[in-house]
Design a protein around this ligand. Structure first.
Ligand code: ARG
Length: 406
């Protein structure tokens, strides 16, 4: 990060038009302050005092967006580390993880489920320019039923431990949404079913009732906040879609009928299909209990089949990886899996850019390289439409006109 000249000009070899999937060759991208002020073909006059960045051999894409991360917490190969970390310690881990995420080319993320409004604090610090990190859409504490996936179930009852977002019943969930809004969240996250990494929950089992989900969505939408529902099991996915959520996280046990319903309702799927590999190869050595590794085995294969079905059916999809289950900064590894399980490279890139921007309703500001949008861009040295895995290591990262990696 450094002082900004009046104008920055990127000499770009190839610029991706993310809607058409076409490369525009030899472009000049003009940046004034945080935003792209113009895009011209090479040869256009460059002001004398402009800072010129030479990426004339590079492929330039919009900054990537990961719609499912958990930035908080210091990962130390201890599955129960969270129990021994104060929120203060966890948010310092979040600062470190935010920088790793940005350096991997992810210039925007959603943080979906963060106790103590740690994600709101980190977002505000990044936006104030104090620490490097992606733009964050923060959910604050995830709502969940007592004893559900979004509660804390590890300790026995005498500890009286309860996660911040636990609320049961339509009025209690409305109150929780209002509280999250009061403390500055950008979206609402709730747990519609059990999950892999919680103690004692069943992945296939619905948790909130339809009535509670409808109350959450109505209250959130009334406040202008989008809603993300964690859901593995089919019934929970369906209820969440019927209730009107904006995105289904994980979406492991899909069937044709559910995909049709999602298309009808305009629901987006955010499917974390990379992390299974990490958990099944590294989980045991990282101390993940057998209960949870077993649940991963139940979910992984079906989730990837569901992903393929959803892609074939033309459902709306975004890139969401659940970073924290695997090390922060490895987010880009999911791209090649999205292609392996059915997307074309441009579909995988759209999922991580323009589709994600639309889900957040941030498409006027980010998601593509266009005049007027924020200058959030990454560059790689070969064509990702030919070999998507090149996106695992980007050479250049700019966010809001500031170069973070070159
Ligand atoms: N946070 C999710 C859960 O605990 C992660 C699921 C990871 N596994 C997967 N196959 N997507 O349920």
């Amino acid at each position: 990060t450094g002082l900004q000249a009046a104008t920055t000009v990127i000499k770009a070899g190839y610029v991706l038009d993310v809607d058409s999937g076409k490369w525009q060759k030899n472009q000049l991208i003009f940046i004034e302050g945080e935003r792209i002020s113009n895009i011209q073909s090479a040869g256009t006059a460059i002001p004398d005092d402009a800072t010129v960045i030479d990426l004339s051999k590079q492929y330039i894409l919009p900054g990537f967006m990961d719609m499912h991360t958990h930035l908080m917490g210091y990962l130390d190969n201890n599955f129960y580390a969270g129990l021994f970390q104060s929120p203060h310690r966890a948010v310092i881990g979040g600062v470190v993880n935010a920088e790793k995420t940005l350096m991997a080319g992810f210039t925007a993320v959603r943080d979906v489920g963060s106790p103590d409004y740690m994600d709101v604090a980190l977002r505000n610090s990044i936006n104030a320019g104090e620490v490097p990190g992606p733009r964050i859409a923060a959910s604050g504490p995830a709502l969940g039923i007592t004893g559900g996936h979004c509660d804390d179930n590890a300790l026995n009852h005498s500890f009286k431990s309860k996660a911040d977002g636990v609320a049961d019943g339509p009025w209690a969930v409305r109150e929780m949404v209002r509280k999250n809004v009061k403390y500055g969240v950008d979206l609402i996250k709730f747990c519609a079913t059990g999950g892999v990494f919680s103690k004692g929950t069943k992945v296939g089992m619905r948790q909130y009732t339809l009535e509670e989900m409808q109350a959450i969505v109505d209250e959130a939408h009334t406040h202008g906040k989008i809603v993300a529902a964690h859901a593995h099991g089919t019934e929970g996915i369906k209820f969440a879609i019927q209730a009107g959520v904006d995105s289904i996280e994980h979406a492991s046990f899909l069937d044709k009928e559910t995909i049709t319903l999602a298309k009808k309702m305009g629901t987006t799927f955010s499917m974390d299909i990379y992390n299974t590999e990490y958990t099944l190869s590294k989980g045991a050595e990282n101390g993940v209990p057998e209960e949870n590794i077993n649940k991963e085995r139940q979910v992984g294969t079906r989730q990837r089949e569901s992903f393929t079905m959803a892609v074939k059916a033309g459902a709306k999809m975004v890139f969401g990886s659940d970073a924290a289950i695997y090390p922060h900064g490895d987010n880009g590894k999911q791209f090649s899996r999205m292609v392996k399980f059915g997307m074309t490279p441009i579909q995988a890139i759209q999922a991580a850019t323009i589709n994600a921007a639309q889900l957040l309703k941030w498409q006027d500001n980010i998601g593509s390289i266009e005049k007027g949008k924020y200058a959030d861009m990454v560059a790689v040295s070969s064509d990702p439409l030919k070999d998507i895995a090149v996106l695992e290591s980007v050479d250049f990262v700019m966010k809001g006109g500031v170069v973070y990696k070159q």
